[in-house]
Design a protein around this ligand. Structure first.
Ligand code: B3K
Ligand code: ZN
Length: 844
């Protein structure tokens, strides 16, 4: 396989004046005609007329109406072209019904649908399929289907055709087409300049009742982007389509967003509070791409974080504004540690802006997205809110309509602030999570904090240099009073000392407030000091973090040394439980334990070999001990967290349900599931149903309810995904493999559907002790399924290979067992480029 390098970038050498496409739809024989006006850039002497194209049957090609015979390879075609503007026409045939990879034009339940990012358009027709080639598209769809959609504004339609025109130049990855038997949930939005925009959420008949929430989320997003970023929508119509077969969450195609139905359809009876929150965030994310991604796009795929990091940052700002900022921030940090840290500290580590790839789809990662968003958060903290706003205004003014780079992005900040961001840029160029060690000293009324940063070398970055780290610090007194408000220390060297003077008694330093940088903070604190911050820190993140650290320390001591649960942790949690003044959602987060994979990572980091069974046992014991200690308190807190009003998926109600759920899971360890049974029977929404069912399964009591649940929901795909997922997630470690083996026999286990595959196999890889079973049965099971899925859907297969990325953490037996499976996958004949690249990198 060939490797593409950032340093090799060269412009295409031709401008595209316009693109006309005509689709004659048929499941196995769709014809695509394209007519493109090319203007050679005469100042680009080495230009080569190369059009990408894969798995296409070329029927005809012509230049200025004269038939030509191009040279065709598996990657595309070349052809002699004139040194003046010319019209390229060609016709190809494709078979959407046979497209199981779900990239390009494919079919899902009789509906035609596309996914072009990153390089799917080349499976639709011959074209310069690269993001820096932008043009206006006019699309004609011929097909005997009720709804025919493409990008831009509707130009006309008849019984069996429709025409669309998108006036905004765009790269091919933003092209979309949808055709099928769909119904619209309509809406409208008046923009800040008074333009009326038609909104539609298109769904399969039967799903109409699950659209209202998504439509409201869209309107809120449109308004928020006007108010906060000054961004107005720019077409007459905005369409969203829900599709059941989709490789990821959603796609921001210009004016025609396509969504995995799990990322847009919602109703109280079928969706959990977490589903609602995720849907709101994804709708916002895709909508925000209209400016950060579509109007300003990426020069090449190495610049992916330019649109993704920024858009994730924007959607998290949106969620913070719509809900609780503290809860959102903590949730994002939990997610970053669970998904990005393992990537950044293992064989798949790559910079936020990678410098090479074989298959770009493998780089839609937590590093590009979530660390990319963290980098923007740091930039904003360093320059301040005002300069950030000015820089963004300049970015939109200067680069509208362009395909840009990280250099362009940083330059607007340099121009607005006069800062040199050369060192800051290392956040985009270096892989690895910096370790930030802090040492404290106290003398003559002065507190000194000495920070030392170091980043472990990786294959991607063998010799990391010091980065700019904004460290938000506040000082608090013995009663928790703020002695010094949060300030941002700017760390630029390998080691640096900061002084705080004029205190009669030693203040407590609350460090890395709001998780001001994506680093691993190494700080030797006594259990008493952690307990102090848990009780008194005025920064909600640091307060939560103190509880988290206590939990990590006690779980590690329990798992590694057989220690007893730590009293400070238990007392701290009892205090949290009792504290009615705290936001219920925040209390629920405080009660959560670190994930078992995160514990394994922490143990490996400290030089130990994690034992998944011991980690599982320690987590169970700690929960059980807390339940016993909190015993009498629980029913009262549970009762107080009940919601009497009609169901709303808002922050307030879902916070209460989250707390009730956390408390219920403790109570179920004492009452054997009695309360959970009552909740399950009474619940009128999926959040309460599912939290109760999980408790029942854990108490070994849910079998009848699980069977009844299936009968009740068997016709609802998204609910049945939950049904599959829950059984895997709640299986005892020794039974997880068998549970999966049973579930994959179920007639509803349609493994070609990515949501269903992920519901079972994805949930399995998230079951730490089950997946890492000592005899390797878990590894073998996953490898079997990856080998089976790869020829059908390389993208989803490749993504799931990352379950193996942490193999070096474990004992030599497990390492050997995993390596054997990696070798077996790698040796599979005809393995896709996607999976080959992932496995090779993981093998290291
Ligand atoms: N831009 C798409 C992701 C495309 C993934 C292609 N493998 C969704 C998003 O980030 O909004
Ligand atoms: Zn995105």
């Amino acid at each position: 396989p060939t490797t593409v390098y950032l340093k090799d970038y060269t412009p295409f050498g031709f401008t595209l004046e316009s693109v006309h496409l005509t689709f004659d739809l048929a499941p196995e024989t769709t014809r695509v005609k394209s007519r493109v006006l090319f203007r050679p850039d005469l100042s680009a002497p080495g230009r080569k007329f190369f059009l990408h194209g894969e798995q296409l049957k070329l029927l005809s090609a012509a230049i200025d109406g004269k038939p030509v015979t191009p040279v065709i390879t598996p990657e595309g075609l070349t052809c002699q072209v004139p040194d003046k503007p010319f019209e390229w026409t060609c016709e190809v045939e494709i078979a959407p019904a046979k497209n199981t990879a779900l990239e390009g034009l494919y079919m899902s339940n009789g509906m035609y649908c596309t996914q072009c990012e990153a390089e799917g358009f080349r499976k639709i027709t011959y074209y310069p399929d690269r993001p820096d080639v932008m043009s206006t598209f006019t699309v004609r769809i011929n097909g005997d289907l009720p709804v025919l959609l493409s990008n831009g504004n509707a130009e006309g339609k008849g019984d069996d055709w429709a025409e669309w025109h998108d006036p905004w130049p765009k790269p091919s990855y933003l092209f979309a087409l949808v055709a099928g038997d769909l119904v619209a949930h309509p809406g409208s939005f008046t923009t800040c300049s008074g333009r009326e925009v038609e909104l539609n959420l298109w769904v399969r008949p039967g799903d109409e009742g699950k659209c209202a929430f998504g439509m409201e989320a869209l309107k809120k997003s449109m308004k928020w982007d006007e108010e906060v970023y000054g961004r107005e929508y720019d077409l007459d119509i905005f369409n969203i389509v829900a599709v059941d077969d989709f490789n990821m969450g959603a796609m921001e195609n210009k004016g025609l967003n396509i969504f995995n139905s799990s990322a847009v359809l919602a109703s109280p009876e079928t969706s959990t509070d977490m589903n609602f929150e995720r849907i709101e965030a994804i709708i916002a994310h895709e909508y925000f791409h209209n400016w950060t991604g579509n109007r300003i796009t990426c020069r090449d795929w190495f610049q992916l974080c330019l649109k993704e990091g920024l858009t994730v940052f924007r959607d998290s700002q949106f969620t913070s504004d719509m809900r609780s900022a503290a809860v959102k921030r903590i949730g994002d940090v939990i997610d970053l540690r669970a998904r990005q840290f393992p990537e950044d500290n293992g064989p798949l580590a790559h910079p936020v802006r990678p410098e090479s790839f074989q298959e770009i789809n493998n780089f839609y990662t937590a590093t590009v997205y979530e660390k990319g968003a963290e980098v923007i958060g740091m930039l904003k903290r360093l320059v301040g809110d005002e300069a950030y706003a000015e820089a963004l205004d300049l970015y939109f003014a200067r680069h509208d309509g362009q395909a840009c780079t990280i250099e362009d992005w940083l330059k607007v900040f340099e121009d607005v602030t006069g800062r040199d961001l050369g060192q800051f840029k290392r956040w985009y160029q270096q892989a690895g999570t910096p370790r930030l060690k802090v040492e404290e000293s106290w003398e003559d009324g002065t507190l000194r904090l000495t920070f030392t940063q170091s980043t472990p070398p990786s294959a991607a970055t063998p010799a990391p240099l010091p980065q700019v780290i904004p460290v938000a610090v506040g000082l608090i007194g013995p009663n928790g009073d703020e002695l010094r408000e949060t300030e941002v220390l700017e760390m630029t060297k390998a080691t640096q000392t900061f002084e705080f003077s004029g205190f009669p008694t030693r203040p407590h330093a609350s460090i890395l407030r709001g998780f001001s940088a994506p680093v691993i903070l190494e700080r030797d604190l006594s259990t008493e000091e952690r307990a102090f911050f848990l009780a008194h820190d005025t920064d909600p993140f640091c307060r939560w973090e103190a509880g988290r650290a206590l939990a990590l320390d006690t779980l590690n001591a329990m798992a590694l040394r057989g220690a007893a649960p730590d009293a400070h942790y238990l007392d701290g949690m009892i205090a949290v439980l009792r504290d009615d003044a705290l936001d219920p959602a925040y209390r629920a987060l405080m009660l959560g334990l670190p994930g078992q994979s995160e514990l394994a990572a922490a143990q490996a980091e400290a030089g130990h070999t994690p034992d998944p069974d011991a980690i599982w046992t320690a987590s169970e014991t700690l929960r059980q001990t807390l339940a016993t200690r909190a015993g009498d308190l629980l029913p009262k807190i549970y009762a107080a967290a009940q919601v009497d009003d009609p169901y709303q998926p808002d922050a307030e109600q879902s916070g209460k349900r989250a707390l009730a759920g956390a408390v219920l899971s403790l109570m179920s360890r004492l009452d054997g599931g009695t309360t959970a049974s009552v909740q399950y029977a009474r619940a009128d929404n999926m959040t309460l149903k599912l939290s109760a069912l999980a408790c029942l399964l854990r108490a070994g009591k849910g079998a009848n309810d699980v069977a009844a649940f299936y009968e009740e929901w068997r016709d609802d795909r998204l609910v049945i995904d939950k049904w599959f997922m829950l059984q895997v997630a709640e299986a005892p470690p020794a039974k997880a493999v068998e549970t999966v083996k049973t579930l994959v026999q179920h007639p509803d286990f349609n493994w070609k559907n990515p949501n269903r595959f992920r519901a079972v196999l994805g949930a399995f890889t998230g079951h730490h002790a089950g997946f890492h079973r000592k005899d390797g049965a878990g590894y073998e099971l996953l490898a079997d399924w990856l080998i089976k899925l790869d020829p059908v859907n390389p993208q989803t297969t490749a993504r799931m290979c990352s379950a193996f990325q942490t193999w070096r953490r474990y004992d030599t037996d497990r390492q050997a067992l995993i390596r054997a499976q990696l070798d077996r996958i790698a040796a599979t004949p005809g393995l896709s480029r996607d999976t080959t690249e992932m496995i090779t990198r993981i093998q290291g």
